[in-house]
Design a protein around this ligand. Structure first.
Ligand SMILES: C[S@@+](CC[C@H](N)C(=O)[O-])C[C@H]1O[C@@H](n2cnc3c(N)ncnc32)[C@H](O)[C@@H]1O
Length: 346
């Protein structure tokens, strides 16, 4: 994946050939402006309004109660990003945007957009993180409102990969107990329960997450498949006689030692034949070509938690050391840089 200032028209390509493009100026300004423009267009309800109707800037400005001239400028930026199209003087969402914004979005990201600014507050700490090597550990510093936005954003993120975990996760026959450790909204374990009759899930979550997580599960329609329990995955027991344990997008927040400890405790909690699934981002190897998304996320998790994403081999080794058999890495061409690692208790 590439992300950046990429000349597309002949004059831009000529300017690039003559080395006349001030890349640092554009890199410093364009990315943040585009990101803010998308967040604000979504937050003002502008993207929602043009999901189903084509509206002029004046109509949109009236509805959103904002300045028409500024709105036009904002919409030009969002058009350059490919989310909005203009036909005559009427704006509408593009097909890409309709998938992610508006009341009928198949894979909505409006909550993730709202959670953008709290994430940028963490990114502002990059220089001090690089100097000290210590991350922000945001789970210990979020306000109640940020927790609410975080959980809603995580549900949206989970819609994009939950199908993969549900399809590929091995589940012992007759399984009835699944634990979704740090499962937030419970979307992933609910998708698994839907595929395996008789399976019920328990999300184990931090206290701060529980209220929103329960509400989200009810709104999303899987409140009957998932229950919620307060717990600290760093220290608490995960119970006994568990058939399936999921750890999605959590181990990249923890140190190597904590991850090894969590996997040992999951092993203790599982029945013989019980299975574990770790779904996470796969960090690029030191020798692989730098890539915009995976490398940015590896740095992001270092900033936000003092840990980072790991490689498949790391998980495989920790699982082997914790006593797990049948260890497998499952990837999908539809989910670049993500992987599901599964294993079984003998
Ligand atoms: C990145 S989200 C992933 C949520 C969900 N598993 C998913 O993939 O969509 C990480 C979750 O871990 C939870 N979490 C973080 N530290 C935790 C801890 N010590 N104990 C339990 N849950 C924790 C957070 O509250 C958050 O909901």
């Amino acid at each position: 994946m590439r992300y950046g200032v990429i000349p597309t028209s002949p004059p831009e390509m000529i300017a690039a050939a003559f080395k006349k493009i001030p890349y640092p100026i554009l890199d410093v300004l364009v990315g943040p402006i585009q990101a803010w423009a998308l967040v604000v267009a979504s937050g003002l309800g502008v993207l929602n309004s043009i999901a189903t109707e084509q509206l002029t800037a004046r109509e949109l400005a009236t509805r959103a109660n904002c300045d028409e001239e500024c709105l036009r400028l904002l919409l030009r930026v969002v058009r350059a990003m490919g989310y909005v199209a203009l036909a005559g003087d009427r704006y509408r969402l593009t097909a890409k945007a309709r998938r992610h914004f508006g009341p009928a979005a198949a894979e909505p990201y409006a909550a993730f957009a709202r959670y953008g600014p709290p994430q940028w507050k963490m990114l502002e700490r990059l220089a001090s993180v690089v100097r000290s090597g210590r991350g922000v550990d945001f789970h210990n510093h979020q306000t109640a409102e940020e927790w609410r936005l975080y959980q809603a954003a995580m549900l949206e993120n989970a819609r994009g990969f939950g199908w993969f975990v549900a399809e590929r996760m091995p589940v012992p026959s007759g399984a009835s107990e699944c634990i979704d450790i740090a499962g937030s909204h419970g979307y992933v374990s609910a998708a698994l329960c839907r595929r395996h009759q008789g399976l019920k899930a328990t999300v184990i979550e931090r206290r701060e997450a529980l209220e929103s997580a329960r509400e989200l599960a009810t709104q999303a329609g899987h409140g009957d498949l998932v229950s919620f329990r307060e717990g600290d995955l760093l220290v608490d027991s995960f119970g006994t006689d568990i058939d399936v344990a999921l750890l999605c997008n959590i181990l990249h927040h923890l140190s190597v030692e904590s991850n090894r400890d969590v996997l040992r405790r999951v092993h203790t909690a599982l029945k013989r034949g019980g299975t574990i699934g770790v779904f996470d981002i796969e960090t690029p190897t030191a020798r692989s070509r730098p890539e915009a998304a995976a490398d940015a996320l590896a740095l992001y998790f270092r900033i936000t938690s003092t840990s980072t994403c790991f490689q498949a081999e790391d998980y495989l080794k920790w699982l082997a050391d914790a006593g797990f058999a049948d260890r497998r890495v499952i990837r999908s061409v539809k989910l670049p840089s993500r992987m599901l690692i599964t294993a079984r208790k003998r």
